[in-house]
Each structure stands twice: as structure tokens, then as C-alpha cells.
Design a protein around this ligand. Structure first.
Ligand code: NAP
Length: 253
């Protein structure tokens, strides 16, 4: 087996939601380094990312998309404008709201579930339809969380949405594996991004979290690079419905 060829994404086009920053940005760069052209579905402009991807010899299309109130199927069709096809979808865009459950508002429930779960299903469905129109086969990678496995504190809608992402990953994998479409997820541990800025700024929470991570450090966005390239590549052709933790050992504790 030629390992480099098995992991190569040469000739593939990957759509990554929320790749202007954080984990999405690192995953977009990793996919480009492995050979894929990239389409971003971004609410905010992905400043400098086009240049970074060009340095890998790949193309980048930055589509403006606010996924808060649904993800229209046309987005995937627009994404296909870059190269004429879509082969990989990374459902990364996501938000969190931290409030005690007694004070949780309907907005904090709806905003999180609409983006983290509803848009994930809608984009996945549009991508799978696109894959079928191209002759079948494709890769969908969802971004789950430690809170796909655990309850968390003061994050009811986030935990519900990310636990839903794990279930949806399995449900779609069961239906689409026979079509040659791999649906899997990555569950990042505690990573240093905007999403966790509030936690890291709270000295007590920061120490408590750090003290529980066997690797002894917060994750970095680049820690997801290998996992996303693997799941997007031919190396993962027989991997279906799996949620891969990249968590510095958090779940092993
Ligand atoms: P982040 O830096 O806050 O990035 C979130 C991304 O989602 C940004 O690109 C953001 O765009 C985008 N987004 C937010 N609302 C959107 C909307 N309405 N429409 C389109 N895009 C929207 O946090 P991150 O840590 O990289 O998060 C990426 C994913 O990883 C999320 O699904 C998150 O739940 C998940 N995750 C993170 C951690 C962690 O420890 N950091 C752990 C587990 C899972 P803007 O910049 O325009 O807001």
C-alpha cells in the first residue's frame, strides 16, 4: 500500500463551514495540504486563508453564509462552482451558550440547536444529493464534542446539539454507507479557540480542566489535522458512523 497515495486528497474539493477561524481554519489548511481545493461557508470573511491555501498550491472560494436560520441546499451547489464538484463536507460551524439550566432562554436553545444540529443535517443532505448526482461516493465529517459523550455544566443546548450530532452521524452513516458515502465525526477535546475563551479566562475552571487532561495541555487547532485528513481520505473508506475523539485523553479518564 502506498501510504501517501491513500491519504492524498488530490483532485478533491472540500467544503468547510466556519473556516475563518479556530478549528475549521486549521482543518481547511490541513485538507489543502493533503491536496484538496477548499470552499469555505463563512459568516465572516476568512482573512488571509486564501493566501495560506494558495501556498499549498490549492484554490479557495470563500462563500458568505449565515447558517443560523438554516442552510439552503443551494450553498452546496454554489460550492461546486470552484471545481465543478464537491467530494468532502466538514460540518464545523458551531456556537455555545453558557447559562444555568434554570435561566436558559428559548433563544439560547434555538440559536445553538439550529446551527449545531439543524444546519448540519441540511448541509449533509445537500452534500449527499450532490455526491449522488456526481455518481456516488463522498465524505462527510461532522464536528462533535466531549459533550457528545458527557453532560457538561451550564450548556444544555450545546450538549443536546452535540449529542445529537453523534446520533445523526450514526443515522446518516447507516443510510448512506451503501451509497459509498462515509459519514463520521471528530470529537475535539478542550481546544484553545474562541469557543473556550470564557473557560480559559476563568482561572478555577481553567485549572480544573487542565488538571483532568492526561496530555497536560489544551488542544491546539492543528491537533485535528491528521484526523480530518484521515476521515476525508481513501484510508477511511471502510469507516462509517464513528466519532473519533481527539482529546488529549480526556475521555479515557
Ligand atoms: P470558534 O473559533 O468560535 O469557531 C466557530 C466557527 O463557527 C466560526 O467560524 C464562526 O464564524 C462559525 N459560526 C458561528 N455562527 C455561525 C453562523 N450563524 N453561520 C455560519 N458560521 C457560524 O470555535 P471553534 O472551537 O473553532 O469551533 C468549531 C467547532 O468545534 C464548533 O462546532 C464547536 O462546537 C466545536 N468544538 C470546539 C471545541 C473547543 O474546545 N474549542 C471542542 C469541541 C467541539 P464567526 O467567526 O463569524 O462567528
Amino acid at each position: 500500500m502506498d501510504a501517501a497515495a491513500v491519504f492524498s486528497l488530490e483532485g478533491r474539493t472540500a467544503v468547510v463551514s466556519g473556516c475563518n477561524t479556530g478549528l475549521g481554519r486549521a482543518m481547511a489548511v490541513a485538507l489543502a495540504e493533503a491536496g484538496a481545493d477548499i470552499v469555505g461557508l463563512n459568516r465572516s470573511e476568512a482573512a488571509g486563508l486564501g493566501e495560506e491555501i494558495a501556498r499549498c498550491g490549492r484554490s479557495f472560494l470563500d462563500l458568505r453564509a449565515d447558517l443560523a436560520h438554516g442552510a439552503p441546499a443551494e450553498l452546496v451547489e454554489q460550492a461546486a462552482a470552484l471545481t465543478g464538484r464537491v467530494d468532502i463536507l466538514v460540518n464545523n460551524a458551531g456556537i455555545i451558550r453558557r447559562r444555568s439550566a434554570l435561566e436558559f432562554s428559548e433563544t439560547d436553545w434555538d440559536d445553538v440547536v439550529d446551527l449545531n444540529l439543524r444546519a448540519v443535517f441540511q448541509l449533509s443532505q445537500a452534500a449527499a444529493r450532490r455526491f449522488m448526482s456526481q455518481g456516488g461516493g463522498g465524505k462527510i465529517i461532522n464536528v462533535a464534542s466531549m459533550l457528545s459523550f458527557q453532560g457538561g455544566l451550564r450548556v444544555a443546548s450545546y450538549t443536546a446539539s452535540k449529542s445529537g450530532v453523534l446520533g445523526l452521524t450514526r443515522a446518516l452513516a447507516n443510510e448512506w454507507a451503501p451509497l459509498g458515502i462515509n459519514v463520521n465525526a471528530i470529537a475535539p477535546g478542550y481546544m484553545s479557540t474562541n469557543n473556550t475563551a470564557e473557560l480559559r479566562a476563568d482561572a478555577d475552571r481553567n485549572d480544573a480542566i487542565l488538571g483532568r487532561i492526561p496530555a497536560g495541555r489544551w488542544g491546539r487547532p492543528e491537533d485535528l489535522s491528521g484526523a480530518v485528513v484521515f476521515l476525508a481520505s481513501r484510508a477511511a473508506d471502510y469507516v462509517h458512523g464513528h466519532t473519533l475523539a481527539v482529546d488529549g485523553g480526556w475521555l479515557a479518564r
